[in-house]
Design a protein around this ligand. Structure first.
Ligand SMILES: NC(=O)c1ccc[n+]([C@@H]2O[C@H](COP(=O)([O-])OP(=O)(O)OC[C@H]3O[C@@H](n4cnc5c(N)ncnc54)[C@H](OP(=O)(O)O)[C@@H]3O)[C@@H](O)[C@H]2O)c1
Length: 349
């Protein structure tokens, strides 16, 4: 039997102001699908790029944003009953868009039981940002104990999960944030040393990185995690030690402060984007890797191992900085877009 749901929908990408709340029928779950009644939706910076039409994976035409949510299992489509899940189980769902909804049908391969004891809000803060941090640090950069790792946007959703993973691995993080209050948060709540947390700045950034490296008694970074791709990219890349690698997974510096993209600034940022000379990389023994986790959508068989790796290295619930009602999705996106949030922003249904 079909039922109804409330969703946030854009008639097409291009502006956050196009978000509209609509009520619509939700079909019965299809083959291999489970219907989930959503309790909480996790926001990601990619939701902003998708709404603005700057995320290449965004569907053409009308779409519902959202890459993840938590909810309870309601019913099963054909072939999904053997999933091991039962009605009422709390699950975390990965969605290739469509999570800004009170109900949705999800393929069983994209569902995972929520970690025991976590609230729905905590579980909605977990998967996308945690898997991103894990993927960058573990299979790509292969960070080990004692490694000095520069983490850009370290107080953000991905950033805090990266710090948790690095702590378990015994690595030594140097954190970069955009604001002083985030710096204080990392020192007071994450136990980072004063000398290991920098506020991003344009002019003296290289010198500040040198100070942080000197405080670690290190000659260079073993790894740089960067999803800003701003003026801080080059000074950090140049301070990779031989065999060091930079993992690039975003370009937050390209985000506008308005509902639509700021096209002149975007064009300027694009033209001035950092470039890397492959020949110089050979000479310096440095590497650059980049990824978009959306590719995992096509390789769902790899998700269980990825989750297991994340659970082992970051067993505690992630930090949730803001919880807003589902009806306030546009305000929540604005909050994230402002660049001042610490940890995850979650919508509670
Ligand atoms: N490739 C992937 O698969 C993947 C997956 C998830 C996330 N990401 C990327 O990882 C980054 C972090 O994602 P998140 O969801 O965890 O977000 P977040 O870090 O919680 O928030 C984004 C942060 O970006 C920084 N920032 C830099 N320039 C900005 C600007 N012009 N406007 C607004 N913020 C700006 C701000 O922190 P500071 O000012 O403190 O630096 C802001 O808090 C994003 O770039 C996102 O696109 C990539």
């Amino acid at each position: 039997m079909g039922t109804h749901r409330v969703v946030w929908r854009l008639d097409r990408a291009g502006s956050i102001d196009r978000l509209r709340q609509v009520e619509e029928p939700v079909p019965d779950p299809g083959t291999g699908e489970v219907r989930v009644r959503v309790e909480a939706v996790g926001l990601n910076f990619a939701d902003l790029f998708a709404a603005q039409g700057l995320y290449s994976a965004t569907p053409k035409g009308s779409f519902i944003p959202g890459l993840e949510c938590t909810g309870v299992v309601e019913s099963f489509g054909p072939g999904a009953v053997d999933s091991g899940l039962a009605p009422g189980d709390r699950v975390v769902a990965l969605t290739r868009f469509g999570a800004y909804a009170t109900r949705l049908n999800v393929g069983v391969e994209y569902l995972r039981r929520a970690p025991p004891g976590w609230s729905a809000v905590q579980a909605a803060a977990w998967a996308v940002q945690g898997l991103t941090a894990w993927y960058a640090i573990v299979p790509l950069a292969r960070v080990g104990a004692g490694d000095v790792v520069l983490v850009q946007s370290a107080a953000g959703g991905v950033g805090l999960q990266a710090l948790a993973i690095l702590a378990t691995l015994g690595a030594r993080p140097v954190a970069v944030v955009g604001r002083e209050e985030k710096r204080r948060f990392l020192i007071e709540h994450c136990g980072l040393a004063e000398s290991s947390v920098l506020v991003r700045e344009r002019r003296q950034f290289g010198a500040r990185l040198d100070d942080a490296l000197a405080a670690c008694d290190a000659k260079g970074f073993d790894c740089v995690l960067d999803a800003v791709l701003g003026p801080g990219f080059r000074p950090a890349f140049e301070r990779l030690r031989p065999e060091g690698c930079c993992v690039l997974y975003g370009a937050a510096d390209f985000m506008s402060r308005s509902a639509r993209p700021n096209y002149p600034r975007l064009a300027w940022s694009y033209l001035r984007r950092p470039r890397v000379d492959p020949l110089a990389m050979i000479a310096a023994n440095r590497s650059l890797m980049a990824f978009n986790l959306i590719w995992l959508w096509e390789r769902a068989e790899r998700l269980p191992a990825a989750y297991a790796g994340l659970e082992r290295l970051a067993p505690d619930p992630p930090h949730v900085g803001a919880v807003l009602p589902f009806d306030d999705a546009p305000s929540a996106l604005r909050l994230l877009q402002g660049g001042g949030t610490i940890g995850k922003v979650v919508l509670e249904v």
